[in-house]
Design a protein. Structure first.
Length: 80
């Protein structure tokens, strides 16, 4: 899937959630940032923009902290 298609799909999904009125704007912003990989919650993104010295996950130190790692793979978040 091309980046523009992914971005359009993510934007469409967020627009649907906003229209439903069930999520706040801040929640939608966080979701969009995670879906696009441009989130200040991600060490990988902060490293990419020069705000961190490493992209390694500060929670487990096992992999680069990207959205997929943070949400699905990080062993430090398996307790939820
Ligand atoms: Zn981790």
């Amino acid at each position: 899937m091309a980046l523009t298609t992914k971005t359009t799909t993510a934007a469409s999904a967020v627009a649907t959630v906003i229209a439903s009125g069930s999520w706040t704007r801040d929640q939608c912003v966080t979701l969009t940032q995670l879906r696009t990989g441009h989130s200040p919650l991600l060490a990988g993104y902060l490293y990419w923009i020069g705000r961190r010295d490493s992209a390694i996950c500060p929670h487990c130190n096992e992999a680069d902290e990207m959205a997929e790692h943070l949400v699905l793979q990080c062993p430090a978040h398996n307790q939820a």
